[in-house]
Design a protein around this ligand. Structure first.
Ligand code: HEM
Ligand code: HEM
Length: 493
């Protein structure tokens, strides 16, 4: 006879480990982000007083540490913590009954830690492939491929031994993340190590693509890193935690099905929007632009499905802080997936490209949608993994407002900065001469960079409150006897 899911005792050992790296890399990544923001406002923050050591904290060295640390350290940890938590539940298995799945989980985690350590050291030391979001040098890339295979084995292994026949929506999205990143990471990483020629170094390599082809492959990857790390994996989380937390079924199975397949089909063609007015053939740019606008449909279809899951449950917005966070995340998902298509329209992109408006778009997506989803997921999982209530609802509320204020300051300042920048760059006098020199734009942007720094610092403070709340929940939250079915219990503090 099959055990019911309630009688299975789940194994959270791997999920807990990934939660720790999520917290650590969240702190490091955001702290570096705040430093970068202040470096742009006041160059003195590049700390040239450090003399020969200043290179290690200069903007150019720290920026890839921020993007890699926060995307592949913080976000992936959050996604994997959720995978090791969710997969047991939706597949009705426990890693306690399948030690090989637990062992794969440990291999996955420790190999990940090794890669993270190597990534931090090499990026600090200035070793990079010079391709955005895929900076790691080729020997580390090889380890990343092994890591991905291990995760794949875990996914297929867990699916292979499942009791639950049907695959829950979240699993489709996890599988999509796995397959798409595997394909794109390898394709964009086809490199030739230079030591083969007898002259280069062991750590150096050159891309197998050149010129326009290289740009196309790079942004095929770059855009789909957004699609399959920042988007599909995060959708997997919300599809699980939103209905669980609300105690209500997903609004529409059909809508989830349509949105899933259309998202999969459309996203892969949209990367050309990063290369508008470049040397890429015009029809490819137009294709990128058109597919980007079409992307609004599956993106909003998903977000609407999240929000309508709360039909009849809207009172929970005031009573359940985790629901409030998930709603904010869904709204920011809608927001950034409307803004992105607008920026993809050729005439708009002519103004927006290379400006801070793009940085604003990135951060309303990642701070509002991605991070809030990951933090809400953690708040849901921690009490169930540790058998303790969340420490404080008040702290979640404070965190919520501090971070929301931070996001608003961040993206509004970057909108104004970006549009100002774009307009100043193209302004000409009656004779067609440029009206402004580059340094004029830099001076004009200063106040907005300061506001962005303050917004980022607030967001970081909110994250520290989150970490404190999680630590206190684990160490001194009230004990829960029976696992809560829906809303996560919070201590009455
Ligand atoms: C319908 C969905 C979306 C579309 C059509 C879209 C479109 C765009 C466009 C046009 C750019 C600027 C390209 C340029 O001129 O440089 C961009 C940049 C970017 N977007 Fe989106 N976006 C979407 C959703 C998102 C979401 C949800 C996130 C994050 C959660 C995101 C993260 C990014 C990032 C990281 C970049 C910067 C890439 C770089 O380094 O240049 N996007 N997006
Ligand atoms: C405390 C919060 C944060 C602050 C203050 C911050 C600040 C910054 C700054 C100053 C840059 C460089 C912009 C430039 O080159 O002009 C940047 C880039 C970036 N950050 Fe953040 N960041 C924060 C959080 C995050 C998070 C949580 C993520 C992802 C989950 C993220 C992803 C990125 C990405 C993808 C870029 C590259 C954008 C592009 O090339 O257009 N950041 N960030």
């Amino acid at each position: 006879m099959q055990p019911s899911s309630a009688s299975l005792s789940y194994d959270y050992s791997v999920a807990k480990l990934f939660t720790y790296t999520m917290v650590i890399f969240g702190i490091i990544g955001m702290l570096v982000g705040v430093l970068l923001a202040f470096q742009m406002a006041w160059p003195a923050f590049n700390l040239t007083i450090l003399g020969d050591y200043a290179e290690f904290v200069a903007f150019g060295r720290l920026r890839p540490l921020h993007t890699n640390g926060i995307i592949y350290g913080f976000m992936l940890s959050g996604i994997w913590a959720s995978w090791y938590y969710i997969s047991q539940r939706v597949l009705k298995i426990s890693f306690n009954e399948h030690p090989f799945l637990r062992a794969l989980g440990y291999i996955h985690f420790w190999l990940y830690v090794v890669i993270l350590a190597l990534a931090v050291v090499t990026l600090f030391a200035g070793f990079t492939q010079n391709k955005e979001y895929i900076e790691l040098i080729w020997p580390i890339d090889v380890l990343v491929v092994v890591l991905w295979v291990v995760w794949g084995l875990h996914i297929w292994g867990a699916i292979g031994v499942r009791r639950e026949k049907s695959l829950y929506i979240s699993l489709w999205y996890f599988i999509a993340t796995f397959l798409a990143i595997a394909m794109l990471y390898i394709t964009n990483n086809l490199q030739i190590p230079t030591f083969i020629s007898g002259y280069g170094s062991l750590l150096n390599s050159v891309s197998m693509y050149s010129g326009t082809n290289d740009a196309l492959i790079q942004w095929w990857w770059g855009h789909n890193a957004v699609a399959f790390v920042f988007t599909s994996a995060v959708i997997a989380l919300v599809y699980y935690f939103m209905p669980k937390e609300a105690g209500a079924p997903v609004y529409s199975y059909k809508l989830s099905l349509y949105s899933f397949w259309s998202l999969m089909f459309v996203y892969l063609w949209a990367g050309g929007h990063h290369l508008i007015y470049s040397t890429v053939p015009d029809w490819m740019q137009t294709m990128g632009s058109v597919f980007s606008v079409v992307l609004i449909l599956p993106s909003w279809g998903t977000a609407i499905n999240f929000l309508l899951t709360l039909r009849g449950q809207w009172h929970q917005v005031t009573t359940n802080p985790i629901i409030k966070m998930l709603i904010l995340a869904s709204v920011f998902y809608m927001f950034s997936t409307l803004e992105g298509p607008i920026q993809s329209i050729k005439s708009v992109n002519a103004l927006a490209h290379f400006t801070d408006w793009i940085v604003g778009h990135v951060h309303d997506g990642v701070l509002g949608w991605v991070c809030f989803s990951v933090m809400a997921a953690t708040y849901h999982m921690v009490p169930r993994m540790y058998g303790r209530k969340l420490y404080s609802a008040k702290l979640i509320d404070i965190q919520f407002w501090v971070q929301t204020t931070g996001i608003v300051l961040y993206f509004t300042s970057m909108w104004i900065a970006g549009i100002t920048q774009g307009l100043m760059w193209r302004a000409v006098d009656d004779y067609g001469s440029l009206l402004y020199s580059f340094i004029d734009t830099v001076n004009a942007l200063h106040p907005y960079y300061v506001i962005r720094g303050v917004g980022g610092a607030l967001y970081f403070v909110g994250f520290l409150i989150f970490v404190w709340n999680v630590i206190k929940s684990i160490t001194s939250g009230d004990k829960v006897e029976k696992e809560p079915v829906a809303a996560t219990p919070i201590s009455a503090s």
